[in-house]
Design a binder for this molecule. Sequence first.
Ligand code: TEU
Length: 542
Amino acid sequence: AAGADWWRGAVIYQVYPRSFQDTDANGLGDIKGITRRLPHIASLGVDAIWLAPFFTSPMADMGYDVADYCDVDPIFGTLADFDEMMTAAHALGLKVIIDQVISHTSDRHPWFVESRASRNNPKADWYVWADSKPDGTAPNNWLSIFGGPGWEWDGVRRQYYQHNFLTSQPDLNFHNGEVQDAVLAAVKFWLDRGVDGFRLDTVNYYFCDKKLRDNPPAAVAIGGLDAPESNPYGMQNHLHDKTQPENIGFLKRFRKLLDQYEGRTTVGEVGDGARSLQTVAAYTSGGDKLHMCYTFDLLGPDFTPEHFCRCVGDFQENVTDGWVCWAFSNHDVNRHVSRFAETEAEQPRVAKLAISLLSTLRGSICLYQGEELGLPEAELAFEDLRDPYGIRFWPAFRGRDGCRTPMPWEAGRVHAGFSTAEKSWLPVPYQHASLAVDKQEADAQSVLHHYRATLAFRKRHAALVDGDMTFLDTKADVLAFTRKKGGETLLFVFNLSREPVKVALPKGIKVTKTVPMPGFATAHASEAVTLAALDVFCGQVG
Ligand code: TEU
């Protein structure tokens, strides 16, 4: 879509600044590095970039613990670097979306420093403070996603404060109107600087139950995506510590502010277990709250027709006037090539098939840096880990560093061209060097070239972006659906299995013309189509 609606169906490329490109030899990526590598991103044919947090932060959670919402952390550069990067992005036709982590702050944020100083200072009520129970224990049974209780005792105030993540990420109290005003002022700061949109971290965590009621127990784990057995987080129903009805009113305030500017967008991160679907529907309907949301539904290990059919189908049915953003990878989950491929040998093929599938889905899509190279999850030693979540639960859960290793740009250079420092913050795995950008540029069959061709294919067919989607029952173990817009109806049949398959087309579906899918041999079909292992067919339906 063009104009103010550009986000509808957009392809968004997520940059993890710490690991993209280092230009000052400190072993950490920076904003100047992003500027330097923008042509690579633009060459993929994407519409926008999403930058993970680069704000002032003690980096306890790699920047998702913000100490100043309106400045750039010195390790990443300066506001001037940011402005320069944005100008360069816009010149290349790329929109810029930034992360806003406003559910919680860092414990070093001046707001929290003031809030914790006494029970009667002007910001005393800006965070979720509560007295202990008479026996001294925490106010209720809420748990932290990163393990342990969701409350931390503060010896000065002699009260507990709530945190959904690390103890150094205290939760802001959105029931307080001044808190809403303060975070919206930060949002306005970036709108005035010209950013095109916001990725809203943990958007359903802004409010918690005003009465701080206990969460009911749950028999099955419905919590964090990768919640290891040892993490009790999954074992309660998170009825009261997130997704409260008051959030709707705040999201409307947020949208009112955004609508004073042209062509700005929002994409909310909704982690709400089995309720995610309803939450996304509620947050994106009506055109007066969020523009889009994404969930964790496609970020798990399931690469089966049933899963895609059920999950994508459910969203289509329930999110009728809203808009969904799909992704297979991000900075929190194992890279999808490693989740979906059964052997190392099939990784490039799986990488190609996965982006072909993602490109045919109705909605917007997010790519995560390095997936255009088909990078597998990095295998790291315990000594290499930097993610507090992984350090805490190793080896049951290895944390999120395996998807956060630096981008390999040039195979022959130290740290694959990411940095000239002696040590980079996380190592570049040696297998990643052979998948470096320069190697893949030189290979016409590479995953990188496949991404470009496939994203161009999506652009050529408007039906893929916002056309109707109908799933077909073919009786075979394949994922089959049509996408229809205006006069064009396209049939897709994906074989996600390792066996060749012959599929009889359902009655009423007549292929008039085979449409070559980039990277896949073109099968021909009349009443039936024959697919190789990990293969796709596309045809025009008359
Ligand atoms: O993630 C929220 C979230 O739900 C994750 O904690 C998820 O459950 C976990 O990573 C599964 O592996 C967001 C950010 O994307 C994440 O990087 C931050 O650590 C978190 O919020 C706290 O700000």
